[in-house]
Design a binder for this molecule. Structure first.
Ligand SMILES: *Cc1c(COP(=O)(O)O)cnc(C)c1O
Length: 218
């Protein structure tokens, strides 16, 4: 069995979804996975995402997974299926306003800082709570928050990675209970990459973002 089917089988047993991370990979590589039935692809740069969306089949669902600058939101707002990397209120406001221009409601995930490294983007719990309790949040009619996303520390220490995944699951559970209890659309936990997706699924991930395992090293 090839690696794609092995990943799908693991995902099936956890009810998880695969985001095939195709950043830096040529269109032929994407098409060959598309031919096997894959429809969700993730990119981390806006320009690459726009170009691939233009050139590739229109039933691909494109996810943005990397840091997004506010001045670039307008380029992806017309078509993006899910933005994983909402890391500030300012960015979320911008997504809302560009979505409104396109007469869309754009699904997004709130990215949380779960890694030890100080460089990772994302919300902390306090900022998220402040925002979710604000009038501003209830007035954003063109975004829908469907869950959370996080990236674990890049380390071989499985215990640490596991702890970080558990912290994101815990954040999800708290937010679900307090702010999204009656909103079935709030259900996604985007965590897990090539090296740690099985661990992530065991800890409650609903969406794994896998690149190098599928497409080879970048
Ligand atoms: C590149 C990337 C991935 C995929 O990483 P692999 O180790 O190649 O599976 C997942 N998430 C984000 C945010 C990325 O930038």
């Amino acid at each position: 069995m090839d690696i794609y089917n092995k990943i799908l089988e693991t995902l099936d047993s956890h009810n998880g979804q695969l985001v095939a991370v195709s950043k830096t990979k040529p269109q032929e590589a994407i098409l060959s996975l598309y031919d096997k039935g894959q429809r969700i692809f993730g990119e981390n740069r806006v320009q690459e995402l726009v170009e691939k969306h233009q050139d590739l089949p229109k039933d691909i669902q494109w996810h943005l997974i990397g840091h997004l600058q506010t001045n670039k939101v307008k380029f992806i707002a017309p078509f993006v299926s899910l933005i994983h990397s909402i890391d500030s209120v300012k960015l979320l406001k911008q997504v809302n306003s560009e979505a409104e221009k396109c007469e869309r409601v754009i699904p997004v995930l709130l990215q949380f800082k779960i890694a030890e490294e100080a460089t990772k983007y994302g919300f902390d719990m306090q900022t998220a709570i402040q925002f979710l309790e604000s009038d501003l949040f209830s007035n954003l009619k063109h975004i829908v928050i469907v869950g959370v996303m996080g990236m674990a520390t890049f380390t071989d220490d499985q215990d640490q990675v596991k702890k970080e995944f558990q912290s994101l699951k815990n954040i999800f559970d708290q937010l679900k209970e307090k702010y999204f209890k009656y909103e079935p659309s709030f259900k996604e936990i985007s965590m897990g990459m090539s090296g740690d997706y099985q661990l992530a699924l065991a800890e409650g991930s609903t969406m794994v973002r896998i690149g190098s395992l599928l497409f080879g090293h970048r």
